[in-house]
Unconditional design. Structure first.
Length: 459
């Protein structure tokens, strides 16, 4: 390991790094990024990396986009800040809400703005409770999520998340949150079980859970169409339609977490359109502004909105809102990002590239370390396994996925290890040549990781 640079030392001394193996930080150091252009980011030594994850699944238009920079500058000059509390408004928030309604996959009446995806999902839960109180259903409050879901890190969003490191040591999940099965056939399908039988088993399990808890105690289910941080899990195509039947029977609304999926990532404007899901309400963030500014949104239909109006009439006001929810900078960037997605036909570009993405993913399946590859549009995952035949995983303490990601940095590319699945989520503006280059670099890292695994005897 080379000695740490001055900036790396200062970084480790003063910054508490999220989702980081803190106990290893002094030996791993940090990668301090200084600038970005197109699909590349550059560290403080001037080394370039293909950003194969769009940062955190968000910088879908890449880095240094002059149109977005101009839109941000213009907004900061005219109105750097205002809010929406107490019946105030801003033009950028109005325009963005209108745009979102126009492109929404289901009829939407109102858009509530937050600063992040976690806040959007937290708000979804509060709104579901508020709605049911307004409708005289005070016991209908539990929320169903899924094992391996990722919905954020506020107390409620982390509770909805279905990953152990978001719960263990954090006194979570809180009450009122239930986790049902993860729709990952490769991992959770039983020997000899067909994909259709797997879906039926999950449907039965969901039905049993609802009946056990009491349908009148359950307000909503939340789901990411393609599950992201839990390992880029693409459910079977029949899954959502099948579980929605059960939810509809019991008047349980479906909250669609489009925080990663939204804005073209899966080859449609919305992930729900790629996976056959028909949501009631939607959370968006990340690519909403192409990550040029924080912003989240909750989108709700008219019938739900009317319940808030009734409650507001009874209590006196709608008591929820964030200082920076609907920040003019974020909203101006959201308007511009959507305009760019439309004008440059980003969905068309993702569709054009997805066969290349799929072919390169499929070609990895023969590698001894690769258990399964998964993909939808321009988001994918490569699951590393110790034993291909039995699907046995490595011991998480061996940190094989993170080691591959570290080795890959040496080859000039950044991908994210979510456990032992390596996630791919390149900027949607990536060219075919750049995409191939990303996979070429990944293949080199995979070969180096195989050599390391064999040398260390990790199998
Ligand atoms: N929902 C999903 C599907 C996410 O992937 C994330 C973040 O990765 C969130 C919610 C939380 O968003 P944020 O980190 O902006 O709070």
């Amino acid at each position: 390991t080379p000695p740490l640079s001055n900036l790396q030392t200062r970084d480790i001394e003063s910054v508490l790094h999220p989702y980081t193996a803190l106990h290893k930080l002094k030996s791993t150091g940090t990668l301090v990024i200084e600038s970005g252009k197109g699909v590349y980011v550059y560290d403080t030594q001037g080394r370039g990396y293909i950003e194969g994850m769009s940062g955190l699944w968000c910088a879908g238009l890449g880095f240094g986009d002059e149109e977005l920079i101009d839109a941000a500058t213009e907004q900061l000059r005219s109105l750097p800040y205002y809010h929406l509390f107490g019946a105030k408004g801003t033009e950028s928030a109005i325009e963005l809400a209108e745009k979102l309604k126009e492109i929404a996959p289901v009829p939407i009446s109102k858009v509530f703005f937050t600063s992040s995806g976690s806040e959007a999902n937290d708000t979804q839960v509060k709104l579901a409770w508020y709605m049911n109180n307004a409708m005289g259903r005070p016991n209908k409050k539990k929320i169903i999520s899924r094992i391996k879901a990722y919905h954020g890190v506020t107390i409620m969003a982390a509770s909805l998340t279905g990953l152990p490191y978001n719960h263990i040591g954090w006194d979570l999940p809180v009450d009122r949150v239930l986790h049902t099965d993860c729709p990952h056939y490769y991992r959770f399908g039983k020997d000899g079980e067909s994909e259709a039988e797997f879906v039926q088993r999950l449907v039965k399990s969901l039905r049993d859970l609802i009946e056990r808890e009491g349908p009148n105690t359950i307000a909503a289910m939340i789901a990411e169409p393609v599950m992201g941080a839990g390992g880029v899990i693409v459910p079977p195509m029949t899954y959502y339609a099948a579980i929605q039947e059960v939810l509809d029977e019991h008047n349980i609304i479906l909250i669609d977490d489009e925080v990663i999926n939204g804005f073209g990532r899966t080859g449609n404007w919305w992930g729900c359109q790629s996976l056959g899901m028909t949501p009631k309400t939607i959370s968006a963030a990340k690519q909403l502004t192409a990550a040029y500014s924080p912003l989240g949104a909750v989108m709700v239909p008219e019938d739900i909105y009317q319940a808030y109006v009734d409650h507001s009439a009874a209590i006196g006001t709608f008591g929820h809102g964030f200082t920076y929810g609907g920040h003019p900078l974020g909203c101006a960037l959201g308007v511009k990002a959507i305009e760019i997605y439309q004008r440059r036909d980003i969905v068309g570009h993702v569709r054009m590239l997805s066969p290349v993405f799929e072919a390169r993913m499929k070609a990895l399946n023969d590698h001894p370390l690769v258990g399964e590859t998964r993909y939808c549009g321009l988001v994918g995952g490569v699951e590393l396994v110790a034993d291909k035949k039995t699907r046995r995983s490595f011991d998480p303490k061996q940190a094989v996925g993170p080691q591959l990601a570290k080795i890959l940095e040496g080859h000039g590319a950044i991908l994210r290890a979510v456990g032992d699945t390596i996630a791919f989520c390149p900027p949607m503006v990536i060219t075919e040549a750049e995409l191939n280059e990303l996979f070429d670099r990944f293949e080199k890292a995979l070969a180096d990781t195989e050599a390391w695994v064999s040398k260390e005897g990790l199998r």
